[in-house]
Ligand binder design. Sequence first.
Ligand SMILES: [Zn+2]
Length: 411
Amino acid sequence: MSHAHIDHSGNLPNLVKQGFDGPIHATDATQDLCRAMLMDSAFLQEKDAEYLMRRRTRRKRVMDGYEEPVVEPLYRQEDAQKTFPLFAPLPMNGTMDLGEGLSVSTVEAGHMLGSVSMVLTDGKVRIGFSGDVGRKNLPIIRDPQTMLPCDYLIMESTYGDRLHQDEGTVLDKLADVVNRTAARGGKIIVPSFAVGRTQQLVLLLNQLVSAKRIPGIPVFVDSPLAVNVTETFRKYSNLFDAETAAMLSDDAEGDVFGFSRLRYIRDVEDSKALNGLRGPMVIISASGMCEAGRVVHHLKNSVGDPRNTILITGFQAENTLGRKILDKWPEVPIFGEPFRLRAEVAKINELSGHADQRELLTWLKPIAGGLKKIFLVHGESRQQEALKVVVEATYDVEVVIPSRGDRFEVS
Ligand SMILES: [Zn+2]
């Protein structure tokens, strides 16, 4: 497994539930992050299923005879727990024998804490997997390392059709959004991946508060998962980039993820209490695409007020609530009900953990000459088509866009 993000790890308990019992190789940081994330994911699925079942019971009374289907969570916390004993080592920037003539080599992918790109080989054919390709100069994490040579490459294409617009620095943009919203007395709701993005935002807000560039308004990280994950980040400070390491050694408390107006919220009652608070504040809450978790409740309470800002800081997949907000739908569906979207919608692209088209081409350059074929994954078809065109125009290599269920023989 290349890294811990839920779109890569989230199905593991489901596989285990269906009988998978092989080793799951991942770096130490990825394993630790996954333990927290998969428990959280299972918990959220249990809660969502309960919520939908309660609503079903309510509606059944109203709708007289019509029955919505029974909702079962995809997996439960006990399924997540059965996954953890299968975790097996994967080096960060090293080579490892997997037995049966196979070995795997990894390099830092620069996408999130513990993320790697890798090459798997039987001594004859080398199959590369990009994982998610990161970017230079992201907060906290180190830059991507040069990819290892391989014969076939399975490559991500999330931003295969676009270039990141890096206008001004992320600190300037974040300061503007906070100051503008605070001036009108609004709340800033930041849907964020609990893992990675939240820690980056906290680090940046810490810098802005220290530099007195934003007012000392309360900042809440409302996610039990983010609390646990931030502990894991503290544990793996050896993986930080040079800037964050320097910040850490300068910090009086030795904690770059804490400052006086910042509160981490674990308890659900404390989370609900945030709805009653008035005045400007920042609420960072998961999930990143607004599909589940506490942020959905905060959005329900905030989208209708033009003083508030919904700050989008990450990729929003098609058909997610996050995407609808980003596309400024006049009404957005929350828990199945329509809500008028009157809050400001702001976007900060600079924290994107994914390389854009140009960065993907640069990442590919050192190994492109030796490649027999590239398989594009992890992108919508528009991105894949666009990336295929530029990669084939730039390098002499065939690019394949596989469909679900396709099989390929490699030699
Ligand atoms: Zn990822």
